[in-house]
Design a protein around this ligand. Sequence first.
Ligand SMILES: [Zn+2]
Length: 381
Amino acid sequence: MLSAERLAQTFASLAAISSVSRREGALASELKTRLDELGAETIFDDSAAATGSDTGNLIARLAGTHAGPALLLSAHMDTVQPGEGIAVLFRDGVFTSDGTTILGADDKSAIAVILETLSVLKEDHIPHGPIEIVFTTCEEVGLAGVRNLDFSLISASYGYVLDGSDTEGVIVQAPSANRFEVLVIGRDAHAGAHPEKGINAIHLAAKAMAGLAVGRIDQETTCNIGWIEGGVATNVVPPLVTIRGEARSHDEAKLERVTAGIVSAFERTVAEQRAFAGQDGLPRLEVQVQRSYSRTRIPVDHMLVTLARRAAAKLGRSMKAKISGGGSDANIFFEKEILLGILGTGMREIHTLREYVRLDDMVRAAELLLEIIQLHALMAS
Ligand SMILES: [Zn+2]
């Protein structure tokens, strides 16, 4: 039987283990111990060298009582900052931190839900197919863990990432994203003595950005200028400003259009200024655009959607196939042709000091996962 009390204890003890990105080692070894006790075969991959983490991704295989295709379950081990010395509080059915750190329900609520589900499978001798579990590092720092995952250790071609809020939704579409960095290079000069010798990079960048559309561009496209740095002192004409931002869309053509639009706004502004600015090629730009991740698009008649719907129906609940505005480990799995729907655990206000999760929601997530696993054994065999 699913035990809310055990699930609560598991979550509380995992949340108390600090695991900020690249320092997931202590949590990883605790999880390996727990998975070993559940009868899974565990292995760490060699991703640590590439990610700079103190551990690799943790991969576990649980043999099925039935033969059949494996079901993949994934969650990430790392948290954002401030995530050290977390005091886990539990009051009126709700987990929070003490308000000085994040809680780390993102994504330890998912790990606790998966462990509770596996405990029930074992205790109650519930028939199930092969299950593969991937606990990744460094999700919060550009999906670095999964990018360096040893995919030769994975045989499953579908499953779920537990890394969302909504316990009655499965996310089947996530956008593509580009990130960009623009250096606007002007010329320094004394601001009082020779301002006419300078080219003010901050002013130029501001002109370029003032004309940009940011925020929600349309229903499936967003854009953000997220970071800016520049200047030397109030009495120096600033020679350099760096701007970083991102764009996302479910539509590749729109994403390229928005990204190109940003770059050309800077190019136009700088070119206008250069027309009467002298012989040294200033001002000028350095632009880098990189793909962060590519979109996912899981057909709504895919087995994993059907499984989630039927499992929810058995529990008398609704289940919607949903579209997300965010990227996750699932985007990288998708590139490797491993289709993962994203399920929720009830985590809320993530990446803030107000982060919380209700025990009831984690119980609901575990109930759903347990049904999914049982239905999977039936449908896949
Ligand atoms: Zn997460």
